[in-house]
Write a protein that binds this ligand. Structure first.
Ligand code: TYD
Length: 321
């Protein structure tokens, strides 16, 4: 189920189009009539909710779509699911799971020497985006505690990998560098993020879905803290090697631009609980994952063309003017 907003695209699902195990439905998680009908038709074993507005810069410009989808949409999805869940025979109800995907940003910002976020870290969201995700997480918890909905919740660090929409730092940087555009770094580039390969993230989600304890939250981090400036320099170095520019090293395109308001200094996620309880280990080092990701974007120009639609062009023109 996908609303196909600005960042959605049927091309992302082309590999699944022939699979009998997959059915695509365009729609909104907040549409109770649609979701209720799908639950009746499909009788799912699980709901895995990735649906969210997720770009901090967009939330600063206009928080409204963030409350609409990440809070109200999620609440509608929880309520529709609960109504259906109550009609299930005991064996089906016992097997059903509602897995909600969230973010480390709900925990706020860390200082350089603070320990990484654990499942016990209090919520302290700083951006409209993270505030909307924090609110949503509280509702997931409440539906478990109050109504006994069998929920699971995960808080991941910054994802990267193939098919990421190019508003986020890594694809934005590499696609701009490839065509000789400047590379905007907010502030001094000292902010730190903990990078998680999307396939490592999904492997963790599968474990949580199959073996996680009901009502629990699990942190998923890549054990790969990097300064933004170093990430951008790494991308430039890999591009210099895989796709050298006649204009010289890509790092010459780096520009320091005014900082994001309320810019969280550092995120770091401690995945010890996931490692100990569910035996998860990340497969990708950041260096290997970044190289594979860059190669994927270089090999998929049609995907890039499709992702960089009119809406994307007007966003980047406005955001980076
Ligand atoms: P982003 O990919 O937007 O993820 P998040 O804000 O959820 O961490 O940004 C990652 C980091 O990169 C963040 O510290 C902001 C910084 N950044 C830039 O310096 N320049 C950019 O153009 C973008 C999009 C992000």
């Amino acid at each position: 189920l996908d609303k196909l907003t600005y960042s959605g695209n049927m091309m992302y699902l082309s590999a699944l189009s022939a699979s009998p195990l997959h059915r695509f439905v365009q729609g909104d998680i907040g549409d109770a009539a649609l979701v209720g009908g799908l639950l009746e038709d499909f009788r799912p074993d699980a709901i895995v909710n990735f649906a969210a507005e997720s770009h901090v810069d967009r939330s600063i410009l206009d928080p409204e779509p963030f409350t609409r989808t990440n809070v109200m949409g999620l609440c509608a999805l929880l309520q529709t699911t609960l109504c259906w869940f109550k009609t299930l025979p005991p064996a089906e109800a016992a097997a059903f799971r509602f897995l909600h995907i969230s973010t480390d940003e709900v925990f706020g910002a860390l200082r350089p020497d603070d320990p990484a976020f654990t499942e016990q870290t209090p919520y302290a969201p700083n951006s409209p985006y993270s505030a909307s995700k924090a609110a949503g997480d509280h509702f997931v918890r409440a539906y478990h505690e109050t109504y006994g909905l069998p929920t699971l919740l995960t808080n991941c660090s910054n994802n990267y990998g193939p098919r990421q929409f190019p508003e986020k730092l890594i694809p934005l940087t590499l696609l701009r560098a490839k065509v000789g555009q400047t590379l905007p770094i907010y502030g001094r580039g000292d902010n730190i993020r903990d990078w998680l390969h999307v396939e490592d993230h999904c492997a963790a989600l599968e474990l949580v879905l199959c073996r996680g304890r009901l009502g629990q939250t699990y942190n998923i981090g890549g054990r790969a803290e990097r300064r933004n400036l170093d990430v951008v320099k790494d991308i430039c170095a890999v591009l210099d090697e895989l796709s050298p520019s006649p204009a010289g090293p890509h790092a010459a395109l780096i520009r320091f631009v005014p900082d994001r308001p309320g810019h969280d200094f550092r995120y770091a996620v401690d995945p010890s609980k996931l490692e100990k309880e569910l035996d998860w280990r990340r497969k990708f080092t950041f260096e290997q994952g970044l190289r594979d990701t860059i190669r994927w974007y270089l090999d998929n120009p049609a995907w890039i063309e499709s992702a960089q639609s009119g809406e994307y062009r007007s966003w980047t023109a406005e955001q980076y003017k």
